[in-house]
Write a protein that binds this ligand. Structure first.
Ligand code: RFL
Ligand code: PHB
Length: 386
């Protein structure tokens, strides 16, 4: 088989890049290790920046998002019994959109008419440092090969693309956090119209949502915990203890329809390009979910790579693809900083001293009372410009 851009990974990064290129007449093949249903069953992100919303529109996949997505003009932050609001539109004139990653992915799959191969294994990216790269893989035990101009490594944190870049070239930066998030999805109305990020003595909690009948809640948990340790009743009781009393009282509980634990990690690979291989999204970087930046940062990579490849095919210039790694990383590191800062502000750390706790509280009080601090937070939360 032959294509212009071979895309490894059919998650949101790979699908969005594929759809944008397809709209421009650039040929792509997406190779996905799992099935479509499996990809759509993963419950992940819920908050989209305007940049991602715009890219979905440009890809011709924005209609359902515009109808069903919920505009959020601010967020709530609580600590102890206090709760305050950071107004995004006041500080930045831009809201965010609540619309699940599952729905984004479904819309992209529904629009995709270009070739997608599911259930691939043994993917290998070959000769990426030459002018004639190719990808080999197996489907149902049969070996296959695709020759291409470029490879987009959109295969997430556990994919093969990143490890194709030789260790002599690649540098990795990592911070692993000493806790995880236990998440529950339930068919109950959200406790509040807006998200609540809660700092409590018992650890962090987050009240989020997918739509007016579907809520998503998270609590900070120990890395030693497993989902089986947490009954629904235990989850709801612990969540209530971490919210301000009026919110805890208003919380509507119900059976969970999904429950999972995610570890928290900050991670960056440099460079994001090696020869004709480009890394995109979680394949190149991970952020802790505090601040909802993972999917949105994948989208900003897609933006830079899409522009670079478009320039290459339409104008015959390589400036965009040559600048890709540097441009993407400049934004990635700012997002890493924000997610690290917001995580540090909101969680209980096992080694926190009384001094550290007082500093955390002072920072929360500063954010509550200072317009400049709120503006800085709002700018990062709604998304830094591309
Ligand atoms: P994905 O989604 O991991 O997709 C990669 C795809 O590649 C496939 N794959 C392979 N295919 C072929 N060959 C191989 N060798 C392959 N290896 C892997 C995989 O099956 C998969 O389909 O990466 P992508 O596309 O870069 O997208 C990144 C986002 O999924 C991720 O950043 C977000 O989900 C992070 N995230 C959030 N981001 C936000 O912007 N806002 C949020 O509100 C938000 N909440 C979250 C989150 C992540 C969470 N977890 C579970 C870590 C909440 C949670 C709990
Ligand atoms: C979610 O709804 O899953 C969500 C929202 C905000 C975050 C993280 C996750 O910061």
């Amino acid at each position: 088989m032959k294509t212009q851009v071979a895309i490894i990974g059919g998650g949101p990064s790979g699908l969005l890049l594929g759809q944008l290129l397809h709209k421009r007449g650039i040929d792509t093949v997406v190779l996905e290790r799992k099935t479509r249903d499996y990809v759509l069953s993963r419950i992940r992100a819920g908050v989209l920046e305007q940049g991602l919303v715009d890219l979905m529109e440009e890809a011709g996949c924005g209609d359902r998002m515009q109808r069903e997505g919920i505009r959020h003009d601010g967020t709530l932050i609580s600590y102890g019994d206090q709760m305050f609001r950071v107004d995004f539109t006041e500080h930045t004139s831009r809201p965010v959109m609540v619309y699940g990653q599952t729905e984004v992915t479904r819309d992209l799959y529904d629009a995709r008419t270009a070739k997608t191969v599911f259930n691939v294994d043994q993917v290998r990216i070959c000769d990426a440092d030459t002018d004639a790269p190719y990808v080999t893989y197996n489907v149902d035990g049969a070996p296959q090969r695709i020759d291409c101009d470029f490879v987009a490594g959109c295969d997430g944190f556990h994919g093969v693309s990143r490890n194709t870049i030789p260790l002599s070239v690649r540098r990795e930066y990592e911070k692993v956090y000493p806790f995880g998030w236990l998440g529950v999805l339930s068919e109950t109305p959200p406790v509040n119209e807006e998200l609540i990020y809660a700092n409590s003595d018992r650890g962090f909690a987050l009240c989020s949502m997918r739509n007016p009948q579907l809520s998503r809640y998270y609590i900070q948990c120990s890395l030693a915990d497993s989902v089986a340790d947490w009954t629904d009743d235990a989850f709801w009781a612990e969540l209530k203890r971490r919210l301000p009393p009026d919110q805890a009282q208003a919380l509507v509980t119900g059976p969970s329809i999904e429950k999972s634990i995610a570890p928290l990690r900050s991670f960056v690979t440099e460079p994001m390009r090696w020869g004709r291989l480009f890394l995109c999204g979680d394949a190149a970087h991970i952020v802790p979910p505090t601040g909802a930046k993972g999917l949105n940062t994948a989208a900003s990579d897609v933006h830079y790579l899409y522009q670079g490849l478009r320039q290459y095919y339409e104008d015959g210039v390589t400036d965009g693809i040559d600048a890709y790694s540097e441009q993407a990383l400049a934004r990635v590191w700012k997002v890493e900083r924000f997610s690290w800062w917001f995580s540090s502000l909101m969680h209980r750390y096992p080694d926190q001293s009384e001094f550290d706790l007082r500093i955390q509280r002072a920072e929360l009080e500063f954010l509550r009372s200072n317009a400049a601090a709120q503006a800085a937070m709002a700018q990062n939360y709604v998304g830094l410009p591309y």
